[in-house]
Design a protein around this ligand. Structure first.
Ligand code: ATP
Ligand code: SF4
Ligand code: MG
Length: 367
């Protein structure tokens, strides 16, 4: 497996643009085949309402999402919006109630056997809590080399050892010899997350699904882990799904931002377009509530007033219109009575599900 050398050496900060954001990966054309894709995916669960009556929870309600090699796609939204369900769907932990998952342009229908094992290898989950995901009783060397041995049994002991050290270096644990004989309990939260990333890289994945990978880390080391993901995007040509509540970190790290609300992706597009010209009132809410974009070296301050309303989203009713209507300051009667169309920008890949786009010159109705 020959891979290009990392673009930056250990501990350095990857290239950034004039605004202090990580440099963007090149855009994929309209015809590019995504490495992973959700097509009109619905995931429903059985649950109960506050009175204990059975309800259907629409965790995902018609999601389209494409992940491309060498790109970081951020999934942003409040608690319960469906972010983890998307990661678990791509990891084959949940099955779609409706819709399809495509891998390299082919539907994933085969369950079990070699095809499923190959898929699990290609799509790796990075969890929120690195400590819970690592066996505290095993040395770092054992944690990583075991995965190398399972997936590359013919490597032999010496090559396995070399590969294990190389993976630690890729995760910026340098020099690797300093960490190989330590236990996860002897490492900081950021170092443990790096070990979790090194272990995920051990299987030579196409996709990393990183579900809030920095939310349990001290603010001082979050940036290191984000920079590592940014670096791997390019050096390993991996597709990264970066899940976060924090639109400021999504702005810093990602090429694309997808904003979720109530089981739907309600606004989506190139990061700069979402940040500089958000259209959906909920995206404006998120930008208005972003605590301090300057801490991710973004330029300027948010221009949108935060909407102060913390009512939880209702994802159990089957309504034809917009789930955000009861919180939306510019809602219209048709927002709740008519099916919500998708609008697409004529300038770029920016899409939005909101009637506000109907009167915006640069948007065309798609559905
Ligand atoms: N296994 C399950 N059974 C029933 N309901 C579920 C299950 N998993 C998720 N849900 C529900 O689906 C919805 C989406 O959950 P999900 O965990 O994807 O949200 P999230 O955006 O990741 O939230 P958070 O930011 O809190 O992690 C929520 O209403 C949640 O309660
Ligand atoms: S569709 Fe209507 S209610 Fe929903 S966000 Fe847009 S304007 Fe507000
Ligand atoms: Mg979650």
């Amino acid at each position: 497996m020959t891979r290009p050398e990392p673009r930056v050496s250990a501990g350095t900060v990857p290239a950034q643009d004039a605004d202090g954001r990580l440099a963007l990966a090149p855009d994929h054309g309209e015809d590019a085949v995504p490495v992973l894709e959700a097509r009109d995916v619905h995931v429903h669960f059985s649950g109960t309402d506050s009175a204990g009556r059975p309800v259907t929870i629409r965790a995902l309600d018609g999601v389209d999402l494409k992940l491309f090699p060498g790109q970081i796609s951020a999934l942003v939204g409040e608690s319960g919006s469906g972010k983890t369900t998307i990661a678990r769907l791509f990891a084959l932990i949940h099955k779609p109630t409706h819709g399809e998952i495509m891998h390299d342009g082919k539907p994933i229908r085969v369950r079990g056997g070699r095809a499923e094992r190959a898929y699990y290898r290609k799509v790796q989950l990075i969890y929120q809590d690195p400590f819970a995901s690592l066996n505290g009783l095993k040395k770092v060397r054992t944690i990583v080399s075991r995965v190398v041995k399972i997936h590359f049994p013919r490597l032999g002991r010496v090559k396995n050892r070399e590969r294990t050290a190389e993976l630690l270096e890729k995760a910026n644990m340098t020099p690797s010899a300093r960490y190989l004989d330590r236990y996860p309990t002897d490492l900081s939260g950021g170092q443990r997350q790096r070990i979790a990333i090194a272990r995920a890289l051990a299987v030579d994945p196409d996709v990393l699904l990183a579900d809030e990978p920095t939310s349990m880390l001290d603010a001082s080391i979050r940036l290191d882990v984000l920079n590592l993901l940014g670096d791997l995007r390019e050096s390993e040509n991996i597709a990264v799904l970066y899940i976060t509540h924090d639109i400021a970190s999504a702005r810093y790290l990602s090429d694309q931002i997808h904003v979720m609300y109530g089981g739907k992706i309600i606004e989506s597009g190139p990061t700069e377009s979402i940040i500089s010209a958000p259209l959906h009132p909920y995206t404006k809410l998120l930008l208005g509530a972003a605590p301090d974009p300057a801490r991710f070296k973004g330029s300027g301050t948010p221009t949108h007033e935060p909407i102060t309303d913390s009512r939880p989203v209702d994802n159990s009713s089957d309504i034809p219109g917009c789930r955000f209507a009861d919180r939306c300051p510019v809602a219209m009667p048709k927002c709740t009575s008519e099916a919500l169309p998708l609008f697409r920008s004529t300038q770029d890949a920016h899409t939005v599900q909101c009637w506000q786009a109907e009167n915006a010159a640069e948007y065309e109705r798609q559905s």
